[in-house]
Ligand binder design. Structure first.
Ligand code: FE
Ligand code: FE
Ligand code: ZN
Length: 278
């Protein structure tokens, strides 16, 4: 049985090896980073030596389950064909570069259908997955569960399940964001078992490959998507630790995207480590 991993989102601004060193200092066993500037714009080249050094540090310290997060400005199901094209091109470029980091997953937001409707939006996200298919053997692609802001896709497990079935690409899966599913209306506080059953029914638990561990500033069903520090939001620490210690989720990377600096992340990572019986 693989060990559950806990870590946080880190900035790539200090390079790949820099992120790995930060992860070690936080006692993290996994981490996530933006594959490019989250608000778009040209990203710098990925230096081979820097990546090799990161991989060496990760091996030495048992860090794994890495996740690259796509820039959230990209919208693969926009009603504007130009924006859609840009998203597909950029994400394909990201996947090509990611081949240098074997096993690193690529997490993306399904996007907003911007008025063309859920059905059409889902078809377009499935098309994106098929376009990324040549690269997913080395780097699994994850669709993130979303809060359902505006015309956002992926706030229902059924939508993500249908996209994955339409695309039919092995090596693709889902990243469950605890703040987002709560904001979407799923009661992970009072009914975690029922939520996981729904996930299994609509998507399949074997396709759940990563967790974003966040509390939420807002009430269940708010569709707001505002993350909070663990235990300081509406979901609460007890419910979040029930997620990290759930047997069905054992072995997954849990990644914090809470509003924290290094010290706050280190404290939250410790909190999760200490809750573990062994
Ligand atoms: Fe995200
Ligand atoms: Fe997230
Ligand atoms: Zn979010």
């Amino acid at each position: 049985m693989r060990e559950t991993r806990i870590g946080c989102h880190l900035s790539l601004s200090g390079g790949f090896a820099g992120m790995a060193k930060t992860a070690v200092s936080l006692e993290a066993t996994t981490f996530q980073f933006f594959s490019a500037n989250p608000r778009g714009g040209k990203s710098r080249e990925w230096a081979r030596a820097d990546i090799e050094e990161m991989l060496r540090i990760c091996r030495e310290h048992g860090i794994g389950g890495l996740v690259a997060h796509a820039p959230y400005i990209l919208n693969p199901c926009s009603s504007d064909p130009e924006k859609r094209k840009l998203a597909l091109e950029r994400m394909e470029e990201d996947m090509k570069r990611l081949q240098a980091i074997p096993g690193c997953m690529y997490n993306l937001h399904p996007g907003c259908h911007t008025g063309q409707g859920t059905e059409e939006g889902m078809r377009e996200v499935a098309e994106l997955l098929r376009r990324l298919a040549p690269y997913t053997a080395a780097n699994p692609v994850l669709l993130e569960t979303m809060a359902g802001k505006g015309t956002e896709l992926g706030s229902r497990f059924s939508e993500l399940g249908e996209i994955l079935r339409m695309a039919d690409v092995p090596g693709s899966g889902v990243c469950l964001d605890t703040c987002h599913v709560w904001d979407a209306g799923y009661d992970i506080q009072g009914g975690l078992e029922a939520v996981l059953e729904a996930f299994d029914r609509e998507i399949g638990l074997e396709r759940l490959l990563a967790i974003h561990l966040n509390d939420s500033k807002n009430a269940r069903g708010s569709h707001r998507d505002r993350h909070e520090k663990l235990g300081q939001g509406e979901i609460g620490l007890k419910a979040l630790l029930a997620v990290t210690s759930h047997p069905a989720l054992r072995g997954l990377p849990f990644i914090l995207e809470t509003p924290n600096e290094a010290e706050g992340y280190a404290a939250e990572i410790r909190l999760v480590h200490e809750d573990r019986p062994c």
